[in-house]
Design a protein around this ligand. Structure first.
Ligand code: FAD
Length: 444
């Protein structure tokens, strides 16, 4: 979501000024954020509400406890039960299941892990996700999608057009203008291999599959503290869980739990949708020709048409201090997204915008996920997909289940633990340098 090179450059510059003592004096440790109301994504509002899971009340002892009930946590629980039906497996979710990034994303599915050149492992991960949807009979509007990569500046367009990969995929300027009904862009290439999915339907499918496998699901049960040990102990406001094995599937929220604070950071996003467009409006504006559009600017922008006919824009907001996953200025985010939307597609001003929602993605400087043991050998992480996590979240959930249950799986060798990550400078730099820099870079 956030261009990794930009994050790297900004943080590397900041790192050169290292003064960690000052940082810790200015910014104290901050704990888990729970109890706030999350803005509802269009995706969730299109679904019947899922049957609630109970809040954890009292104490529990399990073989495997998973913190976080998004694609990663639910997939890990599902495969762990498949591999070890005799194990007790519990998922503890601080809000509603799937209410993090998993139900707030742009629904683009691609056979790729950011930062990994190998194509075979992501292809196997993609096939695993497709098999899961088929076997569990998950109806989630999964389909191939014609996709554009758009360049706003003439310079970047010229460079992209001249690259050896562009070839027949390059869209001539006239065709682009006529086909996409915007003259905001200087060039575009068609991107093969993209699929789209309805994110909230995919969440519901994960929940249904986990329930079928008899995973114990708890909602509104934030883990406030993870205590190392064998068993490890997880404290929630309603009771504690003692678990032989623990998985942190908390993605962008992980640093607030006190874990991986130097290895990853949350980046905030905002998405705004139009009202439902008629079929004539969709074809009239060329939206059915390329329903998915990625803008390769410094802070990238995505446009996508939902299966129900809403056109959406997704923008990067930036970093909130202290690794917070709450964005206080939601009105400002709405205004910015509206401005950027109308700048790209002036006809949006007449159509009007309907629903906006906020979300967070977890990022590393290595631009690879963090997967593997992080606190002793029985507390594992499966987090930080750098903005492309629908397939990687599901697949890393599977790989984590394999590792924990001792199931042989060759792709476990791709799991990158904490040790190989590049440290991100601390709070002083994030707040005082990175945050304002990202604000300045917001392309309005
Ligand atoms: C706006 C946006 C657009 C995106 N677009 C795409 C896209 O098009 N394609 C793509 O592949 N990826 C996309 N992503 C990324 C993708 O959505 C995520 O990588 C993926 O959902 C990660 O799943 P997860 O289960 O790891 O994390 P989440 O879905 O974030 O789940 C983590 C869960 O942990 C819970 N939690 C956190 N702390 C605690 C605690 N202390 N105790 C208990 N529970 C806790 C949270 O409430 C949350 O439900 C996008 C993300 C965003 C925000």
């Amino acid at each position: 979501m956030l261009s990794s090179e930009v994050l790297l450059a900004l943080c590397a510059g900041a790192g050169a000024l290292a003064a960690p003592g000052v940082a810790s004096m200015l910014f104290g440790a901050r704990g888990v954020e729970s109890g706030e109301t999350r803005t509802e994504a269009l995706w969730t509002s299109e679904m019947p509400s899922m049957a609630p899971a109970p809040r954890l009340e009292g104490n529990l002892k399990v073989d495997l406890a998973i913190i976080g009930g998004g694609y990663t946590g639910l997939s890990c629980a599902y495969y762990a039960k498949k591999l070890r039906p005799d194990w007790s497996v519990a998922v503890l979710e601080s809000h509603r299941l799937g209410s993090g990034a998993s139900s707030r994303n742009s629904g683009a599915v691609y056979a790729r892990y950011w930062g990994l050149d190998d194509e075979e492992m992501p292809r196997r991960g993609f096939e695993r996700l497709v098999r899961f949807m088929e076997e569990e009979e998950i109806e989630c509007d999964f389909r191939p999608s014609p996709t554009l990569e758009l360049y706003a500046s003439r310079r970047s367009a010229r460079k992209a057009e001249a690259s050896p990969e562009a070839g027949p995929k390059w869209v001539p300027t006239e065709e682009l203008r006529e086909g996409s009904h915007t003259d905001h862009y200087a060039g575009a290439a068609e991107l093969p291999g993209y699929y789209t999915v309805h994110p909230a339907k995919l969440v519901a499918g994960h929940v249904k599959a986990a329930r079928r496998m008899e995973v114990e699901l708890y909602e509104n049960s934030p883990v406030m503290q993870v205590k190392r040990g064998k068993p490890a102990v997880l404290d929630t406001p309603g009771g504690s869980v003692r678990a032989d094995q623990v998985v942190l599937a908390t993605n962008a929220y992980t640093p607030r739990l006190g874990c991986l604070k130097t290895a990853m950071m949350p980046v905030h996003q905002y998405t705004f949708s139009t009202r439902k467009l008629s079929e004539e409006e969709i074809s009239g504006q060329g939206l059915d020709r390329w329903p998915l559009r990625f803008e390769r600017s410094i802070l990238p922008v995505t446009n996508f048409l939902t299966p129900s006919g809403h056109l959406c824009i997704r923008i990067v907001l930036g970093y909130a201090s202290s690794n917070s996953c709450i964005w206080r200025d939601i009105d400002g985010a709405r205004d910015l997204a509206k401005r950027m939307f109308e700048q790209r597609y002036p006809w949006i001003a007449d159509v009007g915008l309907e629903q906006g929602w906020h979300g967070v993605t977890g990022h590393t400087l290595r631009v690879r996920e963090i997967a593997g043991p992080v606190m002793g050998d029985n507390i594992h992480a499966a987090v930080a997909y750098n903005g492309l996590g629908i397939m990687p979240g599901h697949n890393t959930g599977y790989l984590s289940a394999c590792r924990i249950t001792g199931h042989p799986e060759e792709d476990m060798r791709y799991m990158l633990g904490r040790a190989v990550q590049i440290p991100i400078p601390g709070e002083f730099y994030r707040s005082m340098l990175l945050k304002p820099a990202m604000k300045v870079l917001t392309p309005v």
